[in-house]
Design a protein around this ligand. Structure first.
Ligand code: ZN
Length: 320
C-alpha cells in the first residue's frame, strides 16, 4: 500500500476560506482522515505548514503539486512502542520512521526511560528531530533511582519518593507510566506498588503501558494483573507487544483476546499493540533467574560462584 504521509498531522488543519493560493497541493490521492471514515478521493491544500483545505473540489493554484495517484494520503502515524533512548542523535532526520510514514514516536516503554523527563524533553527539542517525540516515565528507572536493584518491597518512605518522581515526570510532560515486569527490578515489584504509581499518572490523565510479567505460559495471569492495575488506578492500560511466546502457546489468543474484550465492556480503556512478525528480541539477562540479578555486580558475581547455582543443570523459570 503506497502512502503519502503528512509530516503535519491532520490535527494541524486550519481551514482558511479566503486563501486563493497554497504552497502545496496534493491531488488524486485516496484520503484516510484518521477518524475511522472510509477512504475517499480528494485533494489536500497546504499553506504555511498547515492543511488549509481537504476535499474533492479543492483545486487552488499551488507552488508545488504532488500527484498521489494510486497512493493513500494519511495523517502521520504514531508509533506507540519505541525505544529511542541512546539512538536520538544517530539520525536526526529519523529516516527509518519517516519512510514508514511515522511522524510521532512514543518512547520510554517497557519500564525504561530517562528519570528527569523535563531535561530529556528539552534535550529532544534541541536536537530538532524530524519526528515528534512523546515519552512515558519508566518504572524500572524510577525504582532503581530510589531502591537500586533491591529484591524486596518498597518501604512507605521509598513509595513516597517513587510517587514524587512519577509526579514530577508527569508535570514535565510524560504521557504515562510504563512497566517492564520481566526486567530487573520490575520483576521484584508486586502489583500494589504499580497501582500506587499508576494512580499518580492517572491524576494527570496519563496512561499505563506495560510489558507484562509474562507473555508465554502464564500470560493470562499477566493480563489479569494489567487489567487489575487499570481497574484500581482508574487508568487506561496499553498492553505492549501483545503476543503469545512459545510455539506451544500459539492459538491461545482464543483466551487472551476475549479477556481484552470483556475488560472493554467493563469500562476499562485497554488498547493493545502488536508487531507484525513472529520473532522477538530482548536482553540476555532475562534468561538468568531474577534472584541472581538482585543488588550490584559484586552480589551477582558472588551468587554465580555458588556451587548450587554453578551446578544447576538447567535454569528454572526460563521466559519464553
Ligand atoms: Zn517490551
Amino acid at each position: 500500500m503506497g502512502i503519502v504521509s503528512f509530516i503535519l498531522s491532520f490535527g494541524c488543519r486550519s481551514t482558511d476560506p479566503v486563501a486563493t493560493t497554497c504552497d502545496i497541493l496534493i491531488i488524486n490521492g485516496k484520503i484516510i482522515d484518521g477518524t475511522g471514515n472510509n477512504w475517499y478521493y480528494g485533494n489536500v491544500a497546504v499553506n504555511n505548514g498547515k492543511i488549509i483545505r481537504i476535499g474533492r473540489a479543492v483545486n487552488l493554484p499551488a507552488k508545488k503539486i504532488i500527484d498521489a495517484k494510486g497512493l493513500f494520503i494519511a495523517p502521520g502515524f504514531i508509533d506507540v512502542h519505541t525505544h529511542l533512548e541512546d539512538d536520538e542523535v544517530k539520525d536526526p532526520d529519523a529516516t527509518s520512521f519517516i519512510l514508514d510514514g511515522v511522524t510521532t514516536c512514543v518512547t520510554g516503554n517497557c519500564g525504561s526511560s530517562n528519570v528527569d523527563i523535563g531535561k530529556y524533553l528539552k534535550w529532544i527539542d534541541s536536537l530538532k528531530l524530524s519526528i515528534n517525540v512523546a515519552t512515558l516515565i519508566g518504572h524500572n528507572d524510577i525504582r532503581k533511582a530510589v531502591m537500586g536493584r533491591a529484591n524486596r518491597d518498597a518501604t512507605p518512605e521509598e513509595m513516597k519518593q517513587m510517587e514524587a518522581l512519577v509526579d514530577k515526570a508527569m508535570r514535565a510532560g510524560a504521557v504515562g507510566l510504563s512497566t517492564g515486569l520481566i526486567y530487573i527490578p520490575g520483576t521484584y515489584t508486586k502489583t500494589p506498588e504499580i497501582v500506587a504509581l499508576a494512580k499518580v499518572a492517572a491524576k494527570y490523565n496519563g496512561l499505563y503501558a506495560t510489558h507484562m510479567r509474562d507473555e508465554g505460559d502464564s500470560v493470562t495471569y499477566a493480563i489479569e494483573e494489567a487489567l487489575t492495575i487499570g481497574r484500581e488506578a482508574k487508568i487506561p492500560v496499553e498492553i505492549s507487544h501483545f503476543k503469545l511466546s512459545g510455539q506451544h502457546n500459539w492459538g491461545r489468543s482464543k483466551e487472551t483476546v476475549p479477556m481484552i474484550e470483556a475488560a472493554r465492556k467493563e469500562g476499562i480503556e485497554v488498547p493493545i499493540d502488536q508487531y507484525p512478525y513472529t520473532a522477538s528480541s530482548t536482553s540476555i539477562s532475562t534468561l538468568i533467574p531474577d534472584e541472581i540479578l538482585a543488588d550490584g555486580q559484586d552480589s551477582i558475581k558472588a551468587r554465580l560462584q555458588r556451587p548450587d547455582i554453578k551446578n544447576m543443570s538447567s535454569i528454572p523459570c526460563l521466559p519464553d
